[in-house]
Design a protein around this ligand. Structure first.
Ligand code: ZN
Length: 438
């Protein structure tokens, strides 16, 4: 695969995945097309034959694996994970607000969003609806308006002369998207608006009433290649759909892969405590079903390696002093190894050493990052997974600018580098993943 092909596929994947539900649906489609079989958590997995499988939870997290032999205690699993969610604005349960002849949609801030860039963007709406059909059990399905349906206009500079020096954002009052004009003080029926879209996106639904929804606003502007030589890519949700896409590509494009597993968790941006998050039971329960005997399971995880893939901070040319002077990751110079003395990242010298070797074999450059001591360090699913499963773990990710903005910037080569490294990892012989204390 060439870098341009990776970028085209990535753009399509991100555009089709405005929410974690859509990301999982699109991931499922790519996996199915490439021979992965769907497993159901509610079904028995007894007698699972060697092969490629995937399973989802809540339709917002996914685990896929490839087993070349039946599960056995001498196995080494090449494990890697990322997260499907991104900081954004989530629609409140009773969202409509009529004020000044305008109808607005009340939102909660999901995760650590950088809010300033949300002003003056054309916003669309997507997510999951749950409804009552004419008969049978309740159903749920995905909708995506795909067109701008709302905007959060800035306050004009004339009404806030301090705006360029000193504007703070009140999350309750200042970021309420404007969606409709009010007519004669009649409040529209929000559920009816949703039903209209549902009829287009899921024509077979037989919904009699919408019971509930998980809806998120997103930037309607598609991803773009930017720069005189197109060296930069800009889009929403590079954190962390770029990593999800690189994992899915590596899982489906690697020739003659060894035993591997990829984990796409939801709710990383809110602290990972949920049924679908890295502090939930999803991965543990899949491993328990593959290796029911606890001692066997420990034998497998202890000789495996988990690569936690999440974007890193590239050095920002306007703000170089915000970074540790000896650790300045650059765009288009390859994936970044992330380290933290206080275990905000799970990398240690052994797992980092293994990752450096895998990069060397894939002929991909690698960089290193630590946060300044006088600034707080972020975290990832890496330490949580390492703690829960006991698997040796390394934290890595591609360098990016404007992390958690509604529009992030990355280099045009780094996603491709990442998929090459992951593909090399999935081919790695058991012998080469061994480590020895002397
Ligand atoms: Zn992330």
């Amino acid at each position: 695969m060439q870098p341009t092909e990776f970028v085209q596929g990535l753009f399509q994947y991100i555009q089709d995945s405005p929410t974690p539900f859509h990301a999982v649906k699109n991931s499922e489609e790519i996996l199915s097309l490439n021979g992965f079989q769907r497993l159901d958590e509610a079904a028995s997995w007894q007698g699972l034959e060697p092969g490629a499988y995937y399973v989802t939870r809540n339709r917002s997290s996914l685990i896929a694996f490839n087993l070349t032999q039946p599960p056995h205690p001498h196995q080494t699993l090449r494990m890697a994970g990322a997260h499907t969610d991104s900081p954004c604005l989530k629609v409140k349960p009773q969202p409509l607000i009529t004020t000044q002849s305008c109808i607005q949609i009340g939102v909660e801030v999901y995760g650590g969003a950088l809010l300033n860039p949300w002003f003056d963007r054309d916003l669309s709406l997507a997510g999951r609806l749950t409804w009552k059909p004419q008969q049978g059990p309740i159903q749920s399905g995905l909708i995506d308006f795909k067109r701008p349906v709302a905007i959060i206009p800035s306050l004009a500079i004339h009404l806030d002369r301090e705006a360029n020096d000193n504007r703070s954002i009140n999350k309750q009052n200042d970021i309420v998207p404007l969606a409709l004009m009010a007519h004669d003080d009649i409040t529209p029926d929000f559920h009816a608006l949703l039903k209209e879209q549902l009829d287009m996106d899921c024509p077979a639904n037989q919904a009699t009433s919408i019971l509930d929804f998980d809806l998120f606003f997103y930037d309607a502007q598609p991803p773009a290649q930017v720069g005189f030589n197109k060296e930069f890519l800009t889009s929403a949700r590079f954190d962390n759909l770029l990593s999800c896409y690189a994992l899915i590509k590596a899982a489906t494009m690697t020739e003659a892969p060894q035993d591997f597993m990829i984990v796409l968790n939801d709710n990383e941006e809110t602290g990972s405590v949920s049924t679908t998050g890295a502090q939930g039971s999803f991965l543990q329960s899949v491993l328990e079903r593959l290796y029911p005997e606890p001692a066997h399971r420990t034998r497998v995880t202890s000789r495996s390696l988990f690569i936690s893939v999440d974007n890193a901070h590239a050095v920002h040319p306007n703000f170089p002093t915000k970074y540790e002077g000896n650790h300045l990751p650059k765009l288009n110079r390859g994936p970044v190894l992330k380290k933290n003395a206080n275990q905000r990242y799970a990398s240690n010298s052994v797992t980092s050493g293994l990752f450096k070797l895998i990069c060397e074999k894939a002929e991909v450059p690698v960089q290193e990052f630590v946060m300044r001591n006088d600034m707080a360090c972020g975290s990832t699913i890496g330490p949580l997974t390492a703690a829960a499963i006991g698997v040796p773990t390394v934290d890595i990710g591609i360098p990016s600018l404007a992390m958690h903005s509604i529009r992030e910037t990355v280099g045009n080569l780094d996603g491709w580098y990442l998929s090459e490294v992951l593909s090399g990892f999935f081919q790695e012989q058991q012998e080469q993943l061994r480590r020895q204390d002397v």
